[in-house]
Design a binder for this molecule. Structure first.
Ligand code: ATP
Ligand code: MG
Length: 461
């Protein structure tokens, strides 16, 4: 169903056409003159305007001009009197989608023409959509490097991707090092997803938050009556992870007693439920993570050396964000996309200055902090462009530290700089064209549809 506006000052003609179009299943509005028609258009958008040529207040070509000027997306069909082919030619020249000559079979002809125009319109729109999607995909591929959910194309991250790919094929224990918020859990999940165990469970255990007296039972389960409060048998995390992967987060916080049992699982693939008689077999891949320097803990006697070597078969080190600043723009873009989608909001973008401030901040909370800052910014910033002032204060404060050298840095990709330039040009053109979009598009030498797409992209609508 399309929205059609019929403009004719002849009552009989007007209601005749309106009836025809309604029968064709369209949403029809009728106006008794050019002026009224244009007022209707201000109130709501139309897909198609059908206007008579000869009217008292305004002729059809003037209506056509006004529509082409202010509503580039609306198609116009002009109805001309018999024998006025020059008007029809002029209408087509001015951008009418079609014309219909008033003659005997007017309604039949009109029906066919309207069908044709709307069909074209649909094709044109789906082509434009495809163009936009292709452009979007091209932008995506150009700007981002993705590894599943992981973003960043700095050298340290590429090394991580390679490691993940390699260890995923094996069943070896993996130890992931990294400060808080660097993506240790993300790496563990990525390994699991790429491994032969991907259909099996991924069970996360936070070793730091387990109450000391419950650690064993949490990890390995217990039998009914094994201790006070053990009113029924309970499965431990290893049993729950059977056939899959267990992720032992903050392994450095694991009490020494429990470390022995983990070592046993790694060595013999065996464990016992607390209070259990039968020994269970574990088919589980172990991935551990820590923000601590385990080697030092070993030296201090706080971590078992034998377990350390068992776990560190394959170490993966996540570099703090401040040491791989090249990833910051990619991460910002990634979270902007993700959060805007989640919050169902139009896409926002950062100015170069805002991006430079993000890139120069030290990010003590690493990627998690960056993710939070992007989310907060989206919630707080008005408009579709985020400038330095819109960034949460602590990030903004670091702006003073942006050195000329860093600004020169490739941290701001060329595509971003080009986008800023493009945006400026569009704003200028719009201003010079007095806000008339078709004119601005013409000044820039681009198609109106492309112009609208860009307006939308830059939040200038
Ligand atoms: N390279 C990355 N690309 C995209 N998102 C990332 C990346 N690294 C981390 N994140 C995101 O940052 C957040 C923190 O990551 P994660 O929980 O894996 O960190 P962590 O090292 O386990 O932190 P903590 O030590 O605080 O538990 C998550 O939302 C994660 O999705
Ligand atoms: Mg974590």
């Amino acid at each position: 169903m399309s929205r059609v506006l019929v403009i004719d000052d002849n009552e009989t003609m007007r209601s005749g056409m309106a009836l025809l179009l309604e029968r064709m299943g369209h949403d029809v509005t009728a106006a008794s003159g050019g002026g009224e028609g244009l007022r209707q258009m201000k109130a709501r958008p139309f897909d198609l305007v059908i206007t008579d040529y000869k009217m008292v207040d305004m002729d059809g070509l003037e209506v056509l001009d006004a529509v082409r000027r202010d509503y580039a997306d609306t198609d116009v069909v002009v109805i001309t009197a018999y024998g006025t082919i020059d008007v029809a030619v002029e209408a087509m020249r001015k951008g009418a989608a079609d014309f219909v000559v008033k003659a005997d079979a007017l309604y039949d002809v009109l029906r066919l023409r309207v069908e044709k125009v709307l069909k074209h319109r649909e094709l044109r729109q789906s082509r434009d959509r495809l163009d936009e999607e292709n452009q979007y995909l091209r932008d995506e591929i150009g700007v981002r490097f993705n590894f599943g959910e992981m973003v960043g194309r700095s050298k340290p991250m590429k090394t991580v991707y390679e490691m993940v790919e390699k260890v995923a094929e094996t069943d070896s224990a993996v130890l992931v090092y990294g400060e808080s918020g660097t993506g240790k859990e993300l790496v563990a999940r990525a390994i699991h997803r790429r491994s032969a165990r991907r259909e099996g469970p991924f069970v996360k255990v936070n070793c730091g938050s387990l109450p000391r007296e419950l650690v064993q039972s949490e990890l390995f389960g217990h039998e009914k009556g094994a201790f006070t409060g053990a009113i029924r048998q309970k499965k431990g995390k290893f049993e729950l992870a059977e056939g899959g992967t267990i992720f032992l987060d903050e392994i450095g916080d694991l009490p020494l007693e429990a470390q022995v049992n983990i070592l046993r699982v790694l060595q013999t693939k065996e464990y016992d439920r607390v209070g259990g008689e039968e020994t269970l077999h574990a088919d589980v891949r172990v991935i551990a993570a820590t923000h601590r320097v385990l080697r030092e803990m070993v030296a201090e006697g706080a971590f078992r050396e034998d377990l350390f070597y068992r776990l560190e078969v394959i170490p993966i080190r996540l570099v703090p964000l401040r040491d791989r600043k090249a990833d910051i723009p990619d991460l910002v873009e990634h979270f902007l996309h993700k959060k805007c989608e989640e919050m169902n909001r139009p896409m926002k973008r950062l100015t170069d200055r805002a991006m430079a401030a993000m890139a120069s901040y030290t990010w003590p909370g690493n990627v998690r902090e960056l993710e939070n800052v992007v989310e907060r910014t989206l919630v707080l910033a008005d408009g579709n462009v985020v400038d330095v002032n819109d960034l949460p204060l602590d990030v903004e404060a670091s702006r003073a530290e942006v050195s000329a050298e860093e600004l020169e840095d490739s941290a701001i990709p060329l595509t971003r700089r080009l986008e800023d330039l493009e945006r400026q040009l569009i704003e200028q053109a719009l201003e010079q064209a007095g806000g008339v979009k078709t004119k601005a598009a013409e000044m820039l030498g681009i198609k109106t549809s492309a112009f609208y797409y860009k307006l939308d992209k830059y939040g200038l609508t």
